[in-house]
Design a protein around this ligand. Sequence first.
Ligand code: BTN
Length: 367
Amino acid sequence: MRVGHRQTLNTKTPASNEAGVFFVLSFQLSWCLIPALLILNAGRYFMKSKVLVSLLSDGQVHSGEHLARELGVSRTAVWKQVRRALDEGYEIDTVRGRGYRLVTPVDLLDAGTILAGLAEPTRTRIALTVLDEVDSTNTEVVRQISKGAAGVPVAIADSQTKGRGRRGRPWRSPRGENLYLSAGLTFHGGFSVLDGLSLVLGVAVAETLEELGVPGVRLKWPNDIFLPDGKLGGILVELQGELQEGVVRVIAGIGINVHMSHADDVDQPWASLGRVAPQTDWSRNRIASALINALLETAEAFAEKGFGFFRESWQARDMFKGRHLVAQGGDVIGVGCGVDGQGNYLVEGVSGVVPIRAGEISLRVAL
Ligand code: BTN
């Protein structure tokens, strides 16, 4: 497994090591704990072409000589890096006698830019790791925690080789196209204080996207992010078993489709920010900063006020409200009427209102 060029910016001093067993949390923290994840220790691989691509990112022609000087390598080595970047999917023109030029603009991740976009208290509270490639940013956060990362560990990657979705599904994570971000959030008071957290994270992501100018954001219970065209993003919430009494850690992993323009292997309607608002210059760094700010603020408000404080914000974006639905594998059929105080979804059927705690809810297709 390769893990690429690492930009780690930790504003804290290292704290004690905490190793733990992490569990996948199914749906809205309904305590359906699935056995521990195997955490694989990844080999490290420095992706030199990234530096080359960032030198070319202004769209201008750069001579081989200039690039060799900047990179501290020979011109032959520059040429090899250009070949590697082409293999990785970057479009680079060789301009005869003049040098190299990046044809299509790239939206490179940059730790410094992400940190600069954070609110002051957030910047000093997080330990940020930005990677070219990783198995899963959620797993990376687990690794950071067990290494003793101080502050709130946040991992962002340009691509994931084993991106995970909910219910054991893979999460498509092509290089350079989308945002893959995870944060390790700590709560006090045991697992019971986490009721509804998964939905609240959905509200945080939805509000952030709206603030960035995305119209029509909806939430599909428990926390899928939808636009009218289809799914724009998702959130994977994983739990670490109680570390000390009452201390629980949640790994919140967010995937947002940003530049994705094709996905032949995705079997449901999907959306991306680039498709819904092509005139906007979407920057993954900017979206990442906004999401990190929102995540930390929201986690704090949730710890203080609980799900009740966010319930109306969730209901206002409920994609299922008033729609004919099927839940629990067809056992519950009825009309969607929002969530209760614990974050369960309420379906009103012929025999009354049924709270759905876990599992998939889907629209009922008229026969
Ligand atoms: C879903 O199934 O809707 C949840 C998708 C969550 C994907 C994100 S991408 C960043 C983080 N790392 C992962 O492996 N998964 C989450």
